[in-house]
Design a protein around this ligand. Sequence first.
Ligand code: COI
Length: 355
Amino acid sequence: MLDIRVEKTTSPKPIPDKDNPLVFGTIFTDHMFVMDYEKGKGWYDPRIVPYAPISLEPSAMVFHYGQEMFEGLKAYKTEDGRTLLFRPDKNIERANNSNRRLCIPEINPEDFLQAIKAVVKMDEAWIPTKEGTSLYIRPFVIATDPFLGVRPSDTYKFMIILSPVGAYYPEGLNPVKIWIEDEYVRAVKGGIGEAKTGGNYVASLASQVKAHDEGYSQVLWLDGVHRKYIEEVGAMNIFFKINGTVVTPKLNGSILPGVTRNSCIALCREWGLPVEERQISVDEILEAAKSGTMEEVWGTGTAAVISPVGALRFEDEVMQIQDGGIGPVSHKLYDTVTGIQTGKIDDFMDWTVEV
Ligand code: COI
């Protein structure tokens, strides 16, 4: 159990009103959680302090070799005033998996949850309640040793910041267009693809810029070895409904194990839909789109929730999906996941945790 020291802000910021569009990741609340680590001492000095810039040595290892881990989860306000987290245990488990892969010291899961709850409770008034909004929670750890040699750092900072958000994509629940990348790859088996760390996201930027310039929201990655099998989209996992079966790439060591991905698989199975986690080749996707058996495509992620895909482009071919609308399974998943998250429907999967 952490003994969290609290220093409240003396200059609270105005909380965004109902008409603020809450563009993803642009507004931050009044407080943040911070805890430090030193080799031999462990994690120490847990505190909630006013949200403010931090001071680091220019030689801090995170700036040079990217030793860092981050997570993303959300808090919601229910109509009866409760604050709910969605499956925080899954994010905490994944954070420690990332930490192990990146040689960052693990954080006790109970302390991690206590820290999330404490900082969310502190800035509870910032949780937006309009449809499609939530309080995005961003925990992260950075390596802080002032050292230019390559080795794991001996000191770290664990922080949690909070951001009231609306939809991740400007499209909202309207379908996004996705470009299947055939030039670069995001990750390879044995690399860091299944860890949540900045390196995987910076690797995606050149392709994302190229796709944006052509009017596409994101890229869909192919595997780094055969350059043939579907992996994931930059900020989401991907699902297809082909001929009545829900299909998603099997976790293979280079795909991020998404919490929303896991939740969608569980819900589809609960509803009796056949779900296959397996290798899916880009040829199979092209074939299904051409033959008319591709019924739906959607992405899943904490930030993106459920995001229908209306068009896929591979090389010079553009495949239109579901007449550019949202399909029935993606819609039902969206309603059910957000319904559970916001307490509007019964949490029959036992996924929410009250703050
Ligand atoms: C999330 O869905 O929480 C993510 O971390 C994706 C992101 C890079 C915005």
